[in-house]
Design a protein. Structure first.
Length: 141
């Protein structure tokens, strides 16, 4: 008995649709960056002036990106470094500025300037401590 033409056409249509679906799935764009909750963090910080959760949220974003084997968006390491710098954690801040430079070389000029400023402030404060100690006639410890 010969096969029904409509059955053959149905199988061909099904095969075509399945092939097309597989092809389109394979071409799906893979996200380069892990954005997490960064947009909301920025909104709260700059629009609503709420900095209370910024540090924690950036830490979570960085950790989740690492867990997903994806990059953090440009500026996240720098942003976190600025927060650390404001807290007086200059060494940690510099390490995050270095990470930003490594991941995004186009940020090198800005990151180098920030690192330079931190180092100048450190050296400047060391110099002022020394000069204050000299004025008092003692050592700087």
């Amino acid at each position: 008995m010969p096969k029904e033409p409509s059955r053959t056409i149905s199988k061909l249509i099904f095969l075509g649709i399945t092939s097309l679906a597989l092809l389109l799935t394979g071409c799906a764009r893979q996200e380069i960056f892990y954005w997490g909750n960064y947009e909301n963090t920025l909104f709260e910080r700059y629009v609503e002036n709420d900095n209370s959760q910024t540090e924690t949220r950036l830490q979570v974003l960085i950790q989740e990106a690492q867990n997903a084997n994806r990059r953090v968006p440009p500026g996240v390491y720098a942003d976190y470094g600025v927060i650390l710098c404001k807290q007086g954690k200059e060494s940690k801040a510099i390490s995050f500025f270095e990470q930003e430079k490594k991941l995004y070389p186009e940020s090198s000029i800005l990151m180098n300037k920030l690192i330079e400023r931190i180092n100048l402030q450190k050296n400047g404060s060391d110099v002022s401590k020394s000069s204050d100690a000299v004025k008092r006639g003692g050592n700087n410890e």
